[in-house]
Design a protein around this ligand. Structure first.
Ligand code: FAD
Length: 396
């Protein structure tokens, strides 16, 4: 019989870990593995708030995929996935077709605007290297433009929609960057306003209340104005209209308020809730023996019956487990159920500040900021060993 074909869609946290584990476990000629990704680099989504605000370069947030995998063992295809044909067991790319016996869908999330008018057209989102380059340039351009027409004070208003993890982390970086931009462009810092708007009754919903208060205090001291429990009603070219009917004039809205799974998943015919498919304990799509869905495209319930939030941590652990299960299927062995092991949560609050929960322990300030760095360095070590830590690690 011919060698089974394994196709991995997406080289984010889930896809890279799957590929690396397969490459390690599979014997020579046991399977053909193909990894498809739209860029030839892997990026660290959990780091993108920094290049978005301009506090770090994009090159600290990405690495060439060819440095992470052995191209003698895995075929890397740089292309856009356009369609998944379950019945034909084919994936349609923008420039070709791939057939598969085993499929891993790890295409990641997409911003969700919940139908709020104008967000899709006028707000930026933090989702890829290209999207954060745009945000960084746009923010600098507002300063430059303002110096050409000082009547346009609205150009110095910056609105971040959503005070979840990414919203808080971005707003913190932005608050760190603004004083530098003011100096560079000779702008009075008192004229600049940063707003963080959240519809839920609290920032960082679900996080420990004491840490949320600490985070908000840190950010308020850095100059952030919070509007919590306030929904954005509409986003226009001129600014955002809030549920309170207040209009904040601005040329910069960054939307971090919602995430959904990839639309290709629904288009393929999987039963999905906002692009997330409820998978079985082995990480397979419903009624599918050989199709695995991991990361932000998957939905798993915890012991209390509530969905786990989509995180990089989850995607990585799923990646390893699904690779092991595919190897088991190929060898006719028993599959292993997935068990999530929660390693803790850290949110950065800009330079030298963060909050963290590890087990039952809470950390804030400098200690939490060191933890954040450790988590980042450990990830680099996991995927690329000490060489990658030295090349991409941020130690200060
Ligand atoms: P991704 O890592 O998003 O990878 C998907 C890959 O598929 C990408 O490489 C993409 O380019 C590619 N792709 C997508 N569509 C196509 C297509 N049509 N064709 C070809 N390729 C395609 N999680 C944490 O655990 N800790 C954090 O601190 C944290 N911070 C975050 C901060 C921000 C600003 C954001 C946005 C998210 C953060 N997350 C964090 C969440 C975490 O990033 C995601 O849960 C994680 O990236 C999901 O991994 P994934 O493998 O499912 O998808």
């Amino acid at each position: 019989s011919s060698i089974p074909k394994i196709v991995i869609l997406g080289a984010g946290y889930g896809g890279i870990l799957t590929a690396q584990k397969l490459q390690k476990e599979l014997n020579y000629n046991e399977a053909d593995v193909t990894l498809v990704n739209r860029h030839d680099y892997h990026y660290f989504t959990t780091h993108l708030h920094m290049p978005a605000a301009g506090t770090d370069s994009v090159d600290h947030s990405r690495v060439a995929i060819s440095r992470l995998i052995d191209e003698f063992k895995i075929d890397l295809v740089k292309s856009n996935v356009q369609d998944i044909r379950l019945f034909d067991k084919k994936v349609i790319l923008e420039d070709g077709t791939l057939s598969f016996d085993y499929l891993i869908v790890a295409l990641g999330g997409e911003p969700e605007s919940f139908g709020i008018p104008g967000l899709d057209n006028y707000a930026f989102t933090i989702r890829s290297i290209n999207s954060v380059r745009l945000i960084r340039q746009h923010i600098e351009y507002q300063f430059a433009q303002y110096k050409g027409d000082e009547s346009r004070k609205d150009r110095l208003n910056f609105v971040v929609g959503g005070a979840g993890f990414s919203g808080i982390e971005f707003v913190a970086e932005l608050a760190d960057r603004i004083p530098l931009l003011c100096r560079e462009y000779d702008v009075d810092p008192a004229l600049v306003h940063i707003y963080n708007i959240e519809a839920a009754p609290t920032a960082l919903p679900g996080f420990d209340a004491e840490l949320v208060e600490y985070a908000m205090d840190v950010l308020k001291k850095k100059g952030v104005t919070f509007k919590i429990g306030t929904a954005i009603k509409e986003c226009t070219e001129k600014g955002v209209l809030l549920a309170t009917d207040e209009l904040i004039k601005t040329a910069t809205v960054v939307w971090t308020g919602g995430i959904r799974g990839n639309r290709l998943v629904e288009a393929a015919g999987f039963e999905a809730m906002r692009g997330r498919v409820k998978i079985d304990e082995y990480l397979r799509a419903p009624n599918q023996e050989q199709i695995f869905i991991i990361g932000d495209n998957s939905l798993m319930l915890n012991s209390e019956g509530r969905p786990y939030p989509p995180t990089a941590q989850m995607a990585m652990q799923q990646g390893i487990c699904c690779a092991q299960n595919i190897v088991a299927l190929i060898r006719g062995q028993q599959l292993k159920p997935f068990h999530f092991s929660h390693k803790g949560t850290v949110a950065s609050l800009g330079k030298g500040e963060a909050i963290a929960v590890v087990g039952h322990k809470k950390y804030m300030g400098w200690k939490a900021a060191q933890l954040k760095k450790l988590v980042d360095l450990r990830y680099l070590f996991t995927i690329g060993g000490i060489t990658l830590v030295l090349r991409k690690g941020r130690f200060l």
